[in-house]
Each structure stands twice: as C-alpha cells, then as structure tokens.
Design a binder for this molecule. Structure first.
Ligand SMILES: [Zn+2]
Length: 218
C-alpha cells in the first residue's frame, strides 16, 4: 500500500523524494522531538526511520506536497507565518550593526525574537487541516467511522510542539478536528464534494485518487 500511495503522489507531484531522518546527518543535530515525527520539507518527505514509514502518514504528507508544488513560495510563507517575517528585522539589524547603530540593532534583534516566538497561526493550521482531512477521510473509508482516539490524537498534535503551538488551546484544536470529522462523516468520506471552502485546496485530485485506491472504487 505504501508504494501505491507513493504512486498517487508521484502522479500529482512527480519530484517527491522519500528520505529517513536517521540517515541524514543534519537531522542528528536537531532536537530529539523533531526527529520522532514525519516532516515534509519542500519536495522531500522525511520519515523518522525506514521502520517507521506508513502509508496513511505518507498520504497526509502527500497533501502537503501537492499544496507545496502548487505554489512553493506561498506554501513557505503560509506554513512559516508569522515566524518567517523575522528575516526583516534580522537583516536590518545586521545593516544597523555595520553602521555602528548598536542600540537600534539590539532593538531589532528583540523584535525578531518576539516574532520567532510561538504564535497562533491560522495559515499553518489551514495547511495542516487539509492534510489531516486526508488522515480522517482514510479512517472513514476503512472503518466507516472516525474514532474518539484519532480526534484526541490530532487535537493534541495541533496545539502542541509539533506545529510550534499554532493553536492556542486544546479546546480550540478539538473544535477544529471535530468539525473536520463531522464534514468527513456528513459527506460520507467524499471530501472533495464539500461545497464550500473550509480549506483552500480540499478539492485537490489527491483525495479522490486515494479514495479510489483505498476503497477500490472507480
Ligand atoms: Zn502535516
């Protein structure tokens, strides 16, 4: 199933690459908790190790790939919003230090630090919601229902360190996840038929392709 899921992703995002964090040197210098989950960076999907790859996770990351290749720059800005904005005061601080304006440079570094701290991020949440829509839909296609356990697990990850605390509280994360699960249930797993836009790219072909793969439907 892993290879078939990968084939679906290749079809829509042909340059996708799979790598393993324990085989890439620079992951070793990042914190332990960053190495335990699967991460998509640009066109590469990094699993923690070869033994930890799974097709359901791959399908989730595939949604990120499809969104990334649709508009790489926008994906980068949205996913890293607002933290990427720290580039501006950091660049200005270098310029002011070079001009000898130390107090201004220090003030700019403080501004950059504030921007780099965790902040609520609707843009990152929207991109993760699109990917978790796939996670939830797959469970629905396979089991005809979505378990409380899955909703709990997703809610906790949405407001935790994995996504740099992009949601303020567990309640809010749970509301978001339950609303998605409710949509999956209401549209009987045919998520691309949801008529309005709770996400920006939920009509992407990847959902229908995965549905056909998982259910054997045409
Ligand atoms: Zn994700």
């Amino acid at each position: 199933m892993f290879d078939k899921t990968l084939a679906v992703i290749y079809n829509l995002a042909p340059d996708t690459k799979i790598k393993y964090k324990d085989e890439v040197w620079w992951w070793a210098i990042l914190p332990e908790n960053r190495r335990q989950s699967t991460t998509t960076l640009g066109k590469t999907i990094y699993f923690p190790s070869r033994s930890q790859e799974g097709w359901i996770i791959l399908a989730h990351e595939g949604v990120h790939e499809v969104n990334f290749i649709r508009s790489p720059f926008q994906f980068f800005c949205d996913y890293l919003f607002p933290q990427w904005l720290a580039i501006i005061p950091l660049a200005l601080s270098i310029a002011t230090f070079l001009c000898g304006l130390w107090p201004v440079g220090i003030a700019l570094i403080i501004v950059a630090t504030i921007i780099l701290a965790p902040h609520r991020s609707r843009r990152r949440l929207d991109l993760e919601k699109q990917a978790f829509l796939m996670t939830l839909a797959i469970e629905y296609w396979l089991a005809g229902r979505i378990s409380e356990e899955t909703i709990d697990k997703i809610s906790k990850s949405l407001c935790g360190a994995t996504y740099y605390y992009m949601v303020d509280s567990l309640e809010e994360a749970k509301d978001e996840t339950e609303r998605m699960a409710e949509l999956v249930w209401r549209y009987k797993g045919l998520v691309w038929e949801i008529p309005y836009e709770p996400f920006s790219n939920h009509k992407s072909k990847i959902y229908k392709d995965m549905y056909e793969l998982v259910t054997g439907a045409e």
